[in-house]
Design a protein around this ligand. Sequence first.
Ligand code: GLN
Length: 261
Amino acid sequence: MKKFFKSAVALSLALVMVFAFAGCGNTESETETKLIMATNAEFTPFEFVAANGKGICGEFDGIDIAIANEIAKDLGQTLEVSNMDFNSIIPAVEAGKADIGIAGMTVTADRLENVDFSEPYWVAVQTIIVKGDNTDIINVETLKGKKVGVVTGYTGDLALSEVEGIELARYQKGIDAVQDLKNSKIDAAIIDSPTAASFIAKNPELKGVTDDSFFETEEYAVAIKKGNSELLGKINATIKRLKESGEISKIAEEVDNRLAQ
Ligand code: GLN
């Protein structure tokens, strides 16, 4: 009896902990299930750890976290953020360890072989970040013979890997490439435009260079396990609602305001 009581206490404590951890806005009923979002919280303004520790979902903040929260709300679920390496997100979704992958992730033909993608919710392009006084890097062609920082597995890495004559320095995090650029260890860094803008806003000694004739625009979408058309339909409905109501721009503006504080 005593033993039963002890395990009952342990179980309810565990439940309380689960709900405390998962509590990201939709905690009306204890019967709600969780929606696990795989992400890599190193991609401001889409996902990052809030400087004051107070994000939208626990310590996590950003446009994608807010979108995932809306998806969870529409599904009657509670959002839980699972933070991991960018290159682990698709495997986690494939293995069912996460229900959705949202990480400013561009839809690519290769990725479509492993997961399904929702309708896009954002359009971006790659930006070349250089020091403000750099005058010789004006496009991708002028990166030849230079040392250029990319984040492993990102679309910027994939695009520049196709170009001969550029020395690539690979990083796990965009911020580390930016740090090396500031310290003149590399000549440029390539990153998606919204994230580049956010690095440049924080580091006014840097500037962005675009090359529209080389970089194609990229669409960000939500990755889910292949073949789950019911979930895909529901996610698309949420994205449609957020896009049509202008909510996505509002979310982005609010994130920008929090970042500027
Ligand atoms: N959009 C880029 C990609 O999909 C970068 C995404 C990210 O860094 N989170 O590879």
